[in-house]
Design a protein around this ligand. Sequence first.
Ligand SMILES: Cc1cc2nc3c(=O)[nH]c(=O)nc-3n(C[C@H](O)[C@H](O)[C@H](O)COP(=O)(O)OP(=O)(O)OC[C@H]3O[C@@H](n4cnc5c(N)ncnc54)[C@H](O)[C@@H]3O)c2cc1C
Length: 407
Amino acid sequence: METTHTLIIGAGQAGVATSAHLAKHGIPHVVLERARIAERWRTERWDSLVANGPAWHDRFPEAEFDDIDPESFAGKDRVAQYFETFARTRDLPVRTGVTVTRLERHGAGFRAVTSQGIIDAQNVVVATGPFQRPLIPTTVSDPGIAQLHSNAYRNPGALPEGAVLVVGAGSSGAQIAEELARSGRKVFLSVGPHDRPPRRYRGQDFVWWLGKLGKWDMKAPTPGTEHITIAVSGAYGGHTMDFRRLAALGVVLLGRAGAVLNGVLQLAPDLQANIENGDRNYLSVLDEADAYAAAHGLDLPPEPEARQLLPLPTSVTNPITALDLRGEGIGSIIWATGFRPDFGWIAMDIFQEDGRPTHKDGISDVPGLYFVGLPWLSCRGSAFIWGAWRDAERLAGLIAADTPGKA
Ligand SMILES: Cc1cc2nc3c(=O)[nH]c(=O)nc-3n(C[C@H](O)[C@H](O)[C@H](O)COP(=O)(O)OP(=O)(O)OC[C@H]3O[C@@H](n4cnc5c(N)ncnc54)[C@H](O)[C@@H]3O)c2cc1C
């Protein structure tokens, strides 16, 4: 039996950031990580994944990527190494290979049952990730077709022969579809409602524009947009995710995937609307950026050509309404359909029907229990590297304020 002041569960970016801030306050704490630091960057992402934001942006404010061009996009292994180095050089108290299997209230604090014994703590910060359990919406019962979630996809060569159906066109699905098409695979891509901001506009990356336009600090999604994914890519040096360009690469675009009946995938008649709404989102970012540049007298080169869109491809104007999986030679399906929470190991009555914890900016209703790293924890930036850092700083400050002599 061990006791600590504050227990952090999970050593991805959010857990590491929280540990760094608690250390600054001199708060005794332990970080428990079931595998390795930044495990999800190491083993739950495909081989070629690079950060979605440039290296100057997708990092902790205190540490730069010192060996790569700040405008480039760090590879996933480099990102994992970044967090590992950050934790090790600061001597943060991370224990790897320890899984917390149960967390419960205990006296005025908490008891964590772990794979290596019991730890009691006054405070607990749960940092087990925004994307925990893969979500696969439909069952396709054809043993001849390999099925995997995007978190298990590695590279084109690891898939069985044949065409590939990618379901979901957020950043993961769109990037995977592009990689497969470039490798020479026949690809079908089911495209739902999405935003697709320009990668760069008037010489600045879109993450810079989102900052200027105050969008990273938004407190909640605009009502009605909660289920809209965002399609961006840092791959191949970074480019705007344009589904017309994917079609030109040979990708067959499809509407939203529905049920599979007798081996035939039913498709919603929404493809053109989804593409056009994505275009509207793209153009609205250009409009807002232009208005901001004018209002603030920014001397940025105009880029009128960014407004020229290619014609809609025939797969959009004359969409397929049902896809015979075997008939089209599909050998694998990649479900890029998102994740759901997995907090079943926390024995406290603070979870909503969809599994998300009830909290206010990461502070739960149970005194001393905090969450960090979740999507929209306090703002849009919360699940991103620098956003988790900011939330961790605030929560560590609260813990310190509650600890005599540590504020
Ligand atoms: C494909 C993809 C690409 C992304 N790209 C970017 C990007 O480019 N830039 C960006 O800012 N964000 C990106 N994100 C979002 C986000 O930054 C990552 O999901 C990031 O990994 C989240 O960090 P985290 O620390 O909150 O959680 P995680 O990285 O998920 O870390 C949680 C840790 O907790 C551990 N853990 C879980 N349960 C337990 C337990 N019970 N006991 C002990 N340990 C446990 C896990 O092993 C894991 O190491 C991306 C997300 C995805 C899915």
